[in-house]
Design a protein around this ligand. Structure first.
Ligand SMILES: Nc1ncnc2c1ncn2[C@@H]1O[C@H](COP(=O)(O)OP(=O)(O)O)[C@@H](O)[C@H]1O
Ligand code: SF4
Ligand SMILES: [Mg+2]
Length: 367
C-alpha cells in the first residue's frame, strides 16, 4: 500500500502556473565534426500532476532534453538560447541560472531524474543504504533513523523487500530490482517533478508491468508531475496524459494522448504508430518509416522530415513549419497536416499493439 508520504501534494497554490516551463530551448554538443544540434527550439509547459511522454526514434533528442532540465549534460553541451522555469508554490526558479550547489539541491528535492541505462547509475562500491544516506546528507538531511524509515517505506512502495535490499551492493540485485531501487532513491527527497528516461527498457515484460503499475500509482494517487521518455509507444499510451513527438531535436507534434494516438496529424507520428507491430494484425500491417534520421550536424533545409516523408511537397524542402494548432489542445508542425487527416479517414489506424497494456481503445479515426 502506498504511504501518503510517498508523494507530495501538487502545486495547488498556483494551479494556473505550470511547475515546469521550457521556452525556446536549444541544446548543442560541440564535436570534432561540428555542432550537433540535438534539441532545437523546444517550448512546452508541464502542468501540475500531468505526465508528458516524449516519443521518437533513437537520436531525436529526448534524453538531451531531460538532461538539460536537470543540467546534467556533459561539458561539451551548451543550452543556448532557452529559458527553463521551475515553480513550486511561491518560488520561481530560473534553472539555467542556478549555481552548482543550488543545482545539486534542485536536482533531488525539486526535480529528480531516473536515467536511461540506469543499471550503470549506481556507485558499485556503495550499498543501497549508503547511497541513500549520501544523497540525503548531501542535501542537509542528517537524521539517520528518519532517512532509514523513509527508504524502507519507499522500497516497500516499489515492491522490494527492504531487509534484502537495503544492505545489498548493486551487483547483488537483478536489473529490475536495481531499476526499482533507483526509482525509490529518486523519490527520497520528495521531488515535485520526476523525469524518467526509458525506465522499462531492457527489462523483462513482467518487471516492465510492475514498473508501469508503480508509475501509474505515483501519477494517479500521488499526483507526481512526470516527464516520461520512451521509444515504446504502448507504454507512452499507457502512462501519458499528453505526448510530444520529437524529430531531429524538435517537438513536431504535441497533444493529448488521445490526440496523438487516435488523431495524429504529423506524418512522422503517423509513421511511428503504423510501425508498432499489431498483435492481432497480419503481415500486411507491418510498416517501417523509410530512410533514417538526419545528420544533426548537417541538417537538411526545410522540414527536417522531408527526405523520408510520403506527404512531402515542394514547399517542405524550402520552409520549416512551426507548430500550428490543429485541435483544441493539439498542435503539429506540418504544412500538410490536413492530408494526414484525410489519409486517416481513408485508411484508419489499427492500434492493436497499443492495446497490449490496456491503455487505449481501438476506435478508428472518424473526425
Ligand atoms: N555527449 C554527446 N556528444 C555529442 N553528441 C551527442 C552526445 N550525446 C548525444 N549526442 C547526440 O545528440 C543527438 C540526440 O541524442 P539523445 O538526446 O541521446 O537522443 P534520444 O534520447 O532521443 O535517443 C544524437 O544525435 C546523439 O548522437
Ligand atoms: S512539412 Fe512536409 S515534409 Fe514535413 S512532415 Fe509535413 S508533409 Fe512531411
Ligand atoms: Mg535517450
Amino acid at each position: 500500500m502506498v504511504q501518503s508520504t510517498v508523494g507530495r501534494p501538487a502545486n495547488d497554490r498556483h494551479p494556473d502556473k505550470p511547475p515546469l516551463s521550457l521556452q525556446n530551448v536549444h541544446v548543442s554538443y560541440a564535436t570534432r565534426r561540428g555542432k550537433v544540434q540535438a534539441v532545437r527550439n523546444v517550448s512546452v509547459d508541464l502542468h501540475a500532476g500531468e505526465s508528458l511522454a516524449l516519443i521518437g526514434e533513437s537520436g531525436s533528442g529526448k534524453s538531451t532534453l531531460g538532461l538539460a532540465i536537470v543540467r546534467l549534460l556533459p561539458e561539451t553541451a551548451r543550452i543556448e538560447p532557452g529559458v527553463i522555469t521551475y515553480r513550486r508554490n511561491d518560488r520561481e526558479v530560473d534553472v539555467l541560472k542556478l549555481s552548482r550547489s543550488e543545482m545539486r539541491a534542485f536536482r533531488w528535492s525539486d526535480c529528480a531524474m531516473v536515467f536511461q541505462a540506469a543499471l550503470n547509475a549506481f556507485n558499485p562500491v556503495l550499498k543501497v543504504w549508503a547511497q541513500a544516506l549520501d544523497t540525503a546528507q548531501a542535501h542537509g538531511w542528517h537524521d539517520k533513523p528518519a532517512i532509514r524509515r523513509r527508504l524502507v517505506e519507499l522500497l516497500e512502495f516499489v515492491q522490494l523487500d527492504p531487509k534484502r535490499v537495503i544492505d545489498a551492493y548493486p551487483h547483488e540485485l537483478s536489473g529490475g530490482m536495481r531499476q526499482r531501487v533507483l526509482l525509490a532513491l529518486a523519490l527520497l527527497l520528495n521531488p515535485q517533478v520526476l523525469i524518467l528516461d526509458e525506465p522499462t527498457t531492457a527489462l523483462d515484460i513482467i518487471t516492465q508491468r510492475t514498473i508501469i503499475k508503480l508509475l501509474r500509482q505515483l501519477k494517479q494517487e500521488e499526483h507526481f508531475t512526470m516527464i516520461f521518455i520512451s521509444h515504446d509507444l504502448a507504454i507512452a499510451a499507457e502512462l501519458a496524459d499528453r505526448v510530444a513527438t520529437m524529430y531531429a531535436g524538435r517537438i513536431v507534434e504535441l497533444g493529448t494522448s488521445d490526440d496523438i494516438f487516435y488523431r495524429p496529424r504529423h506524418p512522422y507520428t503517423l509513421g511511428l504508430i503504423r510501425a508498432v507491430p499489431t498483435v492481432t494484425g497480419g503481415f500486411e500491417q507491418l510498416f517501417s518509416i523509410p530512410g533514417s534520421p538526419p545528420d544533426l550536424v548537417k541538417l537538411p533545409g526545410g522540414c527536417k522530415f522531408h527526405p523520408r516523408c510520403t506527404f512531402a511537397t515542394e514547399r517542405c524542402q524550402q520552409e520549416e513549419p512551426e507548430l500550428e494548432q490543429v485541435g483544441a489542445e493539439h498542435s503539429a508542425a506540418c504544412w500538410n497536416w490536413r492530408e494526414v487527416q484525410a489519409e486517416l479517414q481513408r485508411n484508419p489506424l489499427h492500434r492493436g499493439a497499443l492495446n497490449v497494456l490496456d491503455g487505449i481503445g481501438s476506435e478508428v479515426e472518424g473526425s
